[in-house]
Ligand binder design. Sequence first.
Ligand code: ZN
Length: 283
Amino acid sequence: MENRANPPLETLDVEAAWTAFERRDRAADGRFVVAVKTTGIYCRPSCAARRPRREHVAFYADPDGARAAGFRACRRCLPDAVARDRRAVAEAIAMIEVAEEMPVLSDLAERVGYAPHHFHRLFRRATGVTPAAYARACRAARTTEALSHDMSITRALYEAGYAGPSRFYADSEQRLGMAPGQWRRGGDGVTIDWAVVPTPLGPLLLAATPRGLALIAFEADDTALIAAFPAASIRPATGETLRRLVQAVAEVDLADPQLPEAARRTAFEEAVSCRWLALATKA
Ligand SMILES: [Zn+2]
């Protein structure tokens, strides 16, 4: 199915393919396979195996082409599994997004047909975050959504998928960057340092308080921030805070470009949040 979209061998850009292979570019997985004439094996471009000499390499648009030429699949990178892996990750993402409670790893893995440990690694490699982190990002989005409606905080926390208030309040500090009550009052009494940091997925607005990130979203300026926190004192981040925000973004891996755009952005935001918290706690 996916292979049909691949270019035939004649039109495959061999220079670009070699560069991607040299860099072990995960984004190239599924676009072509690399056959090594000296070993008789073909790999996905990101295979961790040592790189052969260029003259020993042939590129094929898909595994079928490599097999027809007499090569067999690498047991290390499992090039035939790329499409299936990608589908499984996309399916798991869809399940996490609609789940009312935090999904359990073993359930998720079972539903997409993988062993839990293997699926955990696969998910992380494809998205840059663990399934649990992705689920926390979805819950955080539900929390802010629920809080912005006119319901009690107690109802909002159940609405967001929390089993009870203790976990909710512990999370909220970091997730909202302030107490839920303050959040609801438009950031009353809170100072927020913001920056827009360029990323490969677009400009990312980061709004930090001394307790956590009050807002992280793909926005080009502070308009959304001012709208969300009319009562807060908002100022551009400088010095150490700015440095740390930029560093958090720089240290994050991009998700597989063939995953849905919204999922890639969610994963990226979550990965940046985690990095930023780690950097802020270390300081
Ligand atoms: Zn391999």
